[in-house]
Every structure is written in structure tokens, then in C-alpha cells.
Design a protein around this ligand. Structure first.
Ligand code: ADP
Length: 192
């Protein structure tokens, strides 16, 4: 089939970042992580980074307008048109899902698959407390999960309505989760 275009949804701490990195390498598609892009902007103190830092530290979402522009620009780059993408951390709101759909539509493209990497709230909370990243204070974790439930969970229905959604359990060892994800993606590839 032609290039794969995949979205991965999953709560913070679901292991989505690690799995997306491995899947990107394994299938030769470009891993686009909005969190990584924003952290890089903070690190290099760009104008965007300076705006985003406080928002990220508080566990809030950067505005749809900003994030949609960043992703549209990234998706328009040659490496992504040539190899496809695996989107990690985007879309997270209804407006982002809509923007992505429109962005792909004007390019004559569509999404192949949306995967929900499912890990329950209790488990992801524990995992995040254990990894102790700088922005993983207990308050920020609680806030980020709450925003996820409110803003991102409704997208499951959005993708289901478009027959794009597959749910994969993110529980168990990393390699096992990876095999599960590969199984689903290989299935899509063989259908096309
Ligand atoms: P997490 O999944 O733990 O929130 P990410 O690396 O995906 O970690 O994102 C880190 C932060 O970057 C988020 O808390 C949010 O502030 C911002 N961010 C990332 N992706 C988006 C997005 N699609 N929309 C708005 N803000 C985003």
C-alpha cells in the first residue's frame, strides 16, 4: 500500500510515545510528536517555546490555533509526504481532529487508522508518578488526565464514526504491547 498515516490516542503515561517511536522506525514512517516538538521549542527558547512553557508546566493545552499550525506545517514537509506519519499527541481536541481532517483532505489524503492505546487511569497515574518527569507533579498529572477525559475522549467516537478506530490494550510488557500494535497495523496494510 502507499504511505501509512496513523494517529495514536492514549492517556498520558500509556506508553504511546515509546511505542510510536518504535513503530515509526519499524514501518519507516515519520513519528510526529507534538509534545516533543513543543519541548524542543521550549529548550531552544523560540517565541513559541516561551509562550508554551507556562502552559505546559501547568498541564494545560497549548491553543488549537498554535498547535494546528505547527502540525499542518510539519505534515506538509517532504519527508512526511514521502513516508507517511504516525501522529503522537495530536489531535487532542475536536477542533484539532477537524483541522487534521481538513488538512489531509486538501492534500487528497486520508487517515488509515486511529489506535486507542488503552490503559486505565489508575495505572497511568502510577506510571507517571514512578517516572517523575519534571512536569509530572501530582497536580499536573491530575489536571492533564482530566483534560484528556474532557477533550480527547470524545475523539474516540469521532474516529469510530469514520471507521478508523481500533482499541489496543497498553497493559503488559513493552514488547508485548508493540506486537499487539504491529498486529493491528499489519492487518490494515494487508487489507489495502
Ligand atoms: P503528555 O501526553 O504527558 O501530556 P506530551 O508530550 O504529549 O505529554 O505533551 C506535553 C504537553 O505539550 C501537554 O501537556 C500540552 O501542554 C502540550 N501539547 C502537546 N500536544 C498538544 C496538543 N495536541 N494540543 C495542545 N497541547 C499539546
Amino acid at each position: 500500500m502507499e504511505n501509512l498515516r496513523i494517529v495514536i490516542l492514549g492517556r498520558q503515561g500509556s506508553g504511546k510515545g515509546t511505542q510510536c517511536l518504535r513503530l515509526g522506525e519499524s514501518y519507516g514512517v515519520i513519528h510526529i510528536s507534538t509534545g516533543d516538538m513543543l519541548r524542543a521549542a521550549v529548550e531552544s527558547q523560540t517565541e513559541l517555546g516561551q509562550k508554551a512553557k507556562a502552559i505546559m508546566d501547568a498541564g494545560d493545552l497549548v491553543s488549537d490555533e498554535i498547535i494546528n499550525a505547527i502540525v499542518a506545517q510539519r505534515i506538509g514537509m517532504n519527508d512526511v509526504s514521502e513516508n507517511g506519519f504516525i501522529l503522537d499527541g495530536y489531535p487532542r481536541t475536536a477542533s484539532q481532529a477537524q483541522a487534521l481532517e481538513e488538512e489531509l483532505l486538501v492534500k487528497g489524503l486520508k487517515l488509515d487508522l486511529a489506535i486507542n492505546l488503552e490503559v486505565p487511569v489508575s495505572e497511568v497515574t502510577q506510571r507517571m508518578l514512578d517516572r517523575s518527569r519534571a512536569d509530572d507533579t501530582e497536580e499536573a498529572i491530575r489536571r492533564r488526565l482530566e483534560i484528556y477525559e474532557n477533550e480527547t475522549t470524545p475523539l474516540l467516537e469521532w474516529f469510530e464514526d469514520r471507521n478508523n478506530l481500533v482499541v489496543v490494550s497498553g497493559l503488559g510488557p513493552e514488547d508485548e504491547v508493540f506486537s499487539r500494535l504491529k498486529g493491528v497495523i499489519d492487518g490494515i496494510i494487508s487489507e489495502n
